[in-house]
Design a protein around this ligand. Sequence first.
Ligand code: UDP
Length: 313
Amino acid sequence: MRVLITGAAGFLGSHLSDRFIAEGHTVVGMDNLITGNMDNIAHLMGHERFSFIKHDVSNYIYVPGQIDAVLHFASPASPNDYLEHPIPTLKVGSLGTHNTLGLAKAKGARYLLASTSEVYGDPQVNPQPETYWGNVNPIGPRGVYDEAKRFAEAMTLAYQRYHGLETRIVRIFNTYGPRMRLNDGRVVPNFIHQALTNQPITVYGDGSQTRAFQYYSDLVDGIYRLLHSNEDLPVNIGNPNEMTIVEFARAVIDIANSQSQIVFVQPTDDRFTDDPKQRRPDISKAQRVLGWEPKVQLAEGLKQTLDYFRDKV
Ligand code: UDP
């Protein structure tokens, strides 16, 4: 296959590019580099089956030649990033999704949308199955991401139903691993940075809010399976190992063998507004339709991630 991956210089886009190259496919990577970084794909530059186009997919996309699959992964994805770039976030989820869908239609390609557990907002059911409609505040600071992704799902289903396009939607839950940006503001790079430098670990609020963290390689495997499956409605891909943020802080301190102490802080800016109080994927659909479940335990994934960040702090 010849595959277009938008957001190819990002954390997930770069790992996906690696997987498709490793499977023998040809990858065209696209990124506008507002949150992506060429370092993530430096090892692919010059590969005979990889090429890169610097382009903002919120504008019309031109790619010559055959394309068999379009994977739309371009978007700021950390709360800090989408608070800093609210309008580009709305545009890439709406116009960028429309443009990538249009390209897939013109090329006769299969389409896969990177959606998110944020479509469930601050969920009132836990764990979240794909049938849950969510609890999103459209006008809150997170609305720029959440609503863009909800629109993106609606647009993707419209192309499927109206144009007969082959589409897939993955709802990605919290994912971590090498190539996250140390300063992206999310809990994993923050805590790892703090633990490796023996600084206080900043738990927001009282730390009783929960998340469930999956290692990137499990996600990439789920996405690869989903693209090749027949499932044309959204599928959650995440690790159901739910824990409080305080428990997560302790795990990072422990695995990093750090001297850091936990401190509780109340961010006064928008970072903590509408912070979901609980989140955990119901993965029974992924198990049933993809034969997929996560394999990497938190201790192992954190160890790999700490090794990656050790010489970057
Ligand atoms: N968080 C925290 N300290 C930090 C960064 C984040 O306690 O230094 C919390 C944040 O309030 C949220 C959770 O960790 O409850 C996960 O935040 P993140 O930004 O990683 O992603 P989210 O899952 O909210 O999109």
